[in-house]
Design a protein around this ligand. Sequence first.
Ligand SMILES: [Zn+2]
Length: 547
Amino acid sequence: MGSVPLTGSGFRVQGSFRVLGSFRVLGSFRVLGSAFVIALLLGSGSSRTLPESNRLASVVSGFSRTVFAQEFAARAAAPVTFLQINDVYTTVPVDGQGGLSRVASLKRNLAKAGRTPFLVIAGDFLAPSVASSVFKGEQMVAALNAAGLDLATLGNHEFDFGDDVLIQRMREASFQWVVSNVVDTATGQPIGGAAPFVVKTFGALKVGFIGLCLNTQEITGDKLKHTRILDPLTAAGRYLPLLKQAGATVVVAVTHLTIADDRALVERYPEIDLVIGGHEHYVIAANENRSLISKAGSDAKFVARIDVNRRPSGIVERFYELLPITNALNDDPTTAAAIASFESRLGTALDQVVGLTRTPLDGLSLHLRTSETNLGNLVADAIRADANADIAITNSGSIRGNRVFPAGPLTRRTLIEIHPFANVICVVALPGRVVLDALNHGVSLLPASDGRFPQISGLTMSVERGAPVGSRVRDVKVNGQPLDVEKTYTVAIPDFLLKRGDDYAMFAGQPLRVSPEAGNMISTALEKYVASIHEVTPAIEGRITLR
Ligand SMILES: [Zn+2]
C-alpha cells in the first residue's frame, strides 16, 4: 500500500491505494479514496489476461462490490455495459487519442460481441472549442447522434451560448437527456423536454438514472434567461424515491458536479450504486460509501467501461475497466462522415491567415495561471486596444490551447484556439481602490495555479506571494504613474468577470461604459488586433513581478 511505483507522466495519487501487477500508465490519473484496489491496463492490448494472483482485484463494501480487473467470467454475466465519456470538447482525436468515431466503433464492437453497451456522456461537450465557436455545438450533437450516444446530462459548458441555443441543441439530439435539477422557470419542468429521471430495462436488470448539473456562478445569469438550476442534492432527494417506485434495482447518478459534491451525494444517498460523473478532467475511480464514482478524463481519450450486475443476493457488482481510445479502434464510418462534413466546413472558414508572430507564444496553462506570459500580454493588449481603455484585466483561464504556439503565421483557427469562448469585452469605470481589489483577488490563490490569475495590459505590479491574501499586490503603476486609489480608471474586462466569474465579485454593479450587450467578442478583437499589427512580437515585459 501507499507508495507510488507507477510514475508515468502526470501520475498523481491522493490517499493510500494498492496497484496490482505492473502496468504502463498513460496520461494523468488520480486515485481518490482509501479502501479500494485498482488495476489498470493501458496502452495497447488492454484486454490482456491478468496473472492468476491478480484476479482477486475486488472490493466488497456492504452490499456493493467493485471489481477493478478483468474477471471475465463474472463480468460476462452483467446485463449492461456502461461506456462513459465526459468533458468532450472535440469530435476528433487530440494528440492521437480520443475521437468519437472510435468510441462509436468500441460500442459497436461490444454489441457485436453480445454485450449490451449503453453510451453515456456526463456533461460538458457543446463548448468551448474552435469548432464550437463556429457551430455552437451543432457539430458535437451531430457526431454524438451518429455515434449512438444513449444518454446525456448537462454540464456547465452546455450553457455557454445561452439556454436558447442549448434548447435548440437538445431538440437536435436523437439521444435521451436526463436532467433532474435544471428547470424551465415558467413550467418547473426540466429544460428542453429532458426527463427528470429515466428507468431502463437491461435483461433482468432495471436501472434508474437521475442527472445532476452543478449550480455554479460560472454559469452567469444572462445564460439562464428562462432556466433555473436547483440544488443538485435536493433534486436527487426528490427523484431517487421515484426510481425505486418505478422498480429500479440499480441506481445510477449521471452527474456533472465537483468530486466533493459527488462524495456528498453518495454519502447522503447510499442507494446510489454508481456515479457516472464529469467536470474534473482527470480519471477518477473511487469507491465512496456504497458507490463507485467514475470520471473518465476528458476528450474521450479514455472510455470508462463499467459492467453492472445485480446478484440474487442483492449485491450490486461493478466491473471497471479504463479503455484507451487509440488508432487500435477503427473509425465508425457513419460517425466519421458526420464529423468530416463539419470539419471541412470549418477548414475553409478557419485556415485563413490573419497575421504572424515573430516569437513563439507561451500558452501553457501552468505558466498563464501563475505568471505573466507573452501570450497573456498579447491577449490583454488586444482587449485594451479594442475597448480603448486605460487598463485591461483578463482571467488567464480564458486563454486556452495549453501549448506553445510556434512563431509563424497565425490563422483564425489558432486565434480561436487561443480564445475559444464567446465572451465579450465590457468596460467599467473603477476607482483605483477597486482595481487594486481585483488584482489582489487575481493573485489570491498563488502559489496554486488558477484560472483567476490575471493577465494585464496598461499597468504593472509586483506581487508578494507570501503576504496575506488581499494585500499581496504592491507598486501598481498605470501607464507608468502610481495607481491613485481615488482616481477613476476605465478598465476593460471579459463579461465573464463582470458576472462574477472566477469569483471576481468587485466588478458587478460598477458604472458600465460598455455593457455586455454592446461589447465586441474577445476572439474577434484578438483577430482584429493581430491583423492590424500584422507582425506581432509580444514579450514578457515585467508587467507582473513575482516575489
Ligand atoms: Zn464542467
